[in-house]
Ligand binder design. Structure first.
Ligand code: ADP
Ligand code: MG
Length: 716
């Protein structure tokens, strides 16, 4: 039904509603409040009391003015409440004045103080009311909607008050009746009424729970169906392990495996023995030793005469993997084919020939290059390292053609990430994968001490660094956000391809309070100042591959003692003698990025020392750095980061390819998520195609929302 026929809408307001995406009656019913005003705190003028209790008073605008004070410009609004006047004061908020007009009815909510002869509220919340008093809003909780220009709270409230009794009973219920009562979910009609005009807090929460549950349940249904399809439609070569293979593989490792590594290898081996492709995400904190786990899986594939490919996001990391594998496979018959940009055509041709003939069993390189068709002879396993930046869609795009003799088979997939992801996010963005977690470190992993420092600590810190380098031959990194002063943070983000940095930072950095450290300047300062006796090097994303490789070589061999770097060194780089880390303008980095950076040190015999310098900074950045100083467990940090930044970021950017969640909040609604996931799994198990008539509506909603993103095809 076109909405301009609705009571309280009309042609003009319909236009405004269209602007915020409300076209049909049901759109309005599902336009949920973002908050509520607690009217149980409403007082008459003579009931106002001083103290810390929020109170609400209704009145009409009588007067307003602004004047300058020591705290900046102060705005005063006087409202007439019949029996007396109440003043609202705001500092530095001239924009709210735009809505003022003599005689407008409104409510002020705040903590009143009696300042004879007036009652006063500092920074009260304003709620505009309809002008006529007979329309007074009497609900105990008033909905507060996201608005747009020309639309007022009382407009939407009036429209919904009129609509709900008529339309709510007509809404389609997707859940079977029995399901609702079994899971203590409000029926849709009741829930919609209660989400707009809840009689009390409990009713609002239970209405909210119903919608959150529904949203997450439908998503989890889609993920469960996708997993099921994956299991029933795709075929892979089973690559089981036996004692002989196992012994041979382990001989390659210079250390015995940790408990966590053993457990994860067991999970992987189990998967690879199946005739369906493994689809597993391995989450292991920085330095937990994922590379050997990957090597185990690759050698298992090789033992069965299959090829394996190992992809890394950056060339620095891919080359490090190449070195590690080459070292561990020294003297074996396994041949490794490196695939990098800038290889000479003849060299590349020879490598491709090796891959096509099956002569090379393991291919190592960067994702960008390997995703181009490689002529595999028989691909059995794909390992993707440091793959935390992408969701379902991008993973689909990472599929690698299996090669001539593997046409009807898919390879096994192992996706690795060192960015621990909160469990709730894993369950949604990576919900179609099986998850392994590596939560303990190899023995001998050193503590890293972390300090937050201001400019006044610089001299002492650099003294310490210089002493450690000169007397104990330690090495260190200095990490800065920018390469040169004229660069903006956004340019640097694109350059380093790190999505994790502090969002919305488009500020130019050359004003004093926005100063962001840059590589050139830091290098100049250190090389002419306190670190003039050290051998310094520079590395950043704009250098050519050869330059970067040369620098990394010089650093590994100790030729460079102090490496000044951008976040190119963020992932994976492993130089055990580096124990000192300095991060400049640390407020510019995200928590997981800081954690990754810290993971570069304390990898050898000695404890690591990490000092972060920051400028005057926001409250959020402060929280972030505090958490970084206090917590060293990547999983705990990830949860914290998520709490600080909220889920909005993750789902806002759409980089995962999934439609955004509309009502659920993965921080707030964790418990509902776990429940919904469990329930969805059970439903798909008992009714794999969701073919039962009572599931038809759920199935339809699932396909509408996720059918094409998750490539669910025609279920059933
Ligand atoms: P990440 O999980 O961050 O990729 P790596 O695979 O790079 O970690 O391993 C970090 C370091 O730990 C490497 O130097 C590696 O050789 C070492 N390592 C891995 N497993 C063990 C183990 N079981 N015992 C001792 N050292 C190990
Ligand atoms: Mg690694």
């Amino acid at each position: 039904m076109p909405i301009h026929f609705l009571k309280g809408v009309g042609a003009q307001r319909a236009e405004i509603l269209h602007r915020i995406g409300l076209h049909r009656a049901s759109d309005i019913l599902f336009y949920f409040p973002r908050d509520y005003q607690d009217m149980t705190e409403r007082r008459e003028f003579d009931q106002l009391e001083e103290g810390n209790k929020l109170q609400t008073i209704v009145g009409k605008i009588a007067d307003w003015n602004r004047k300058s004070t020591r705290r900046g410009e102060m705005l005063t609004l006087t409202i007439d409440c019949g029996e007396g006047f109440v003043n609202g004061h705001w500092f530095k908020m001239p924009s709210i004045m735009r809505e003022f007009a003599a005689g407008r009815r409104l409510m002020l909510t705040g903590k009143p103080k009696f300042n004879p002869p007036f009652w006063v509220m500092i920074h009260p919340q304003i709620t505009y009311l309809a002008d006529s008093e007979e329309e007074d809003e009497i609900e105990p909780f008033l909905p507060i909607y996201p608005l747009t220009e020309g639309l007022k709270q009382f407009h939407l409230r009036r429209i919904l008050r009129n609509m709900l009794p008529v339309f709510a009973p007509l809404l389609d219920e997707v859940f079977p009746e029995a399901y609702l009562s079994e899971h203590q979910l409000l029926p849709i009609a009741e829930a919609v009424k209660a989400i707009h005009f809840p009689p009390d807090k409990a009713a609002q929460l239970s209405a909210q729970r119903r919608f959150v549950y529904q949203e997450l349940f439908v998503l989890q249904l889609a993920l469960a169906v996708r997993r099921l399809q994956h299991r029933t439609c795709l075929k892979a070569s089973p690559l089981p392990v036996d004692t002989k293979i196992d012994t041979r593989i382990r001989q390659r490792f210079p250390f015995s495996l940790t408990k966590a590594q053993e457990r994860v290898i067991k999970e992987i081996v189990n998967d690879m023995a199946q005739p369906v492709p493994m689809n597993r995400l391995l989450q292991g904190d920085v330095g937990s030793g994922k590379t050997v786990v990957a090597l185990y899986a690759m050698l298992l594939a090789v033992a069965h005469g299959h090829q394996a490919v190992f992809m890394a996001p950056t060339e620095v990391l891919a080359r490090q993997h190449l070195r590690t594998l080459t070292r561990m496979l020294e003297g074996s018959l396994v041949k490794i084919a490196p695939i990098f940009g800038g290889q000479k055509p003849a060299v590349r041709a020879g490598i491709l020939q090796d891959i096509a003939s099956g002569n090379a069993q393991i291919v190592v390189g960067t994702q960008a290059i390997i995703q181009n068709e490689l002529p595999f002879q028989k691909l059995g396993l794909v390992v993707i390292d440091e793959q935390h930046k992408f969701g379902v869609m991008q993973r689909a795009a990472l599929k690698v053609p299996t090669g001539r003799s593997g046409e009807t088979f898919d390879p096994h997939y192992l996706v690795m990430t060192a960015t621990p992801i909160p469990r709730s996010v894993t369950m949604t963005l990576f919900g179609d994968l099986d998850v392994s977690i590596m939560d303990s470190m190899p023995p001998g992993r050193q503590q890293v001490k972390t300090y937050i420092a201001g400019p006044e600590h610089k001299t002492a810190w650099w003294d310490f660094v210089v002493r450690k380098v000169l007397e104990e031959h330690w090495q260190g990194y200095v990490v800065v956000p920018l390469v040169e002063e004229s660069e903006t943070l956004n340019e640097s983000l694109n350059r380093e391809n790190g999505e994790d940095s502090v969002p919305n930072n488009t500020v130019q950095n050359n004003t004093a309070q926005n100063y962001i450290a840059n590589l050139q300047q830091v290098y100049e300062q250190l090389s002419t100042g306190q670190c003039k006796d050290l051998r310094l090097g520079i590395i950043h994303g704009r250098m050519s591959t050869e330059e970067k490789e040369r620098i990394m070589y010089d650093f590994r061999t100790g030729e460079i003692q102090l490496l000044i770097a951008t976040t190119v060194i963020e992932v994976g780089v492993d130089v055990p003698n580096a124990n000192l880390l300095t991060i400049e303008s640390a407020e510019r980095f995200g928590l997981s990025q800081l954690h990754q950076l810290r993971g570069r040190i304390g990898r050898g015999k000695h404890p690591g020392f990490c000092t972060v310098f920051c400028n005057a900074t926001t409250e959020e950045a402060q929280k972030r750095l505090k958490a970084f100083e206090k917590l060293s467990d990547g999983f705990k940090l990830a949860e914290k980061d998520f709490e600080i930044r909220g889920a909005g970021d993750l789902f806002g950017t759409q980089q995962h390819g999934m439609p955004p969640l509309r009502v659920a909040d993965l921080v707030r609604d964790k418990e509902v998520l776990y429940e919904a996931r469990q329930d969805a799994g059970e439903m798909v198990q008992s009714d794999p195609g969701l073919a039962k008539p009572e599931h038809a509506k759920l199935r339809k909603q699932m396909l509408n929302r996720y059918g094409s993103v998750l490539n669910l095809g025609d279920v059933g």
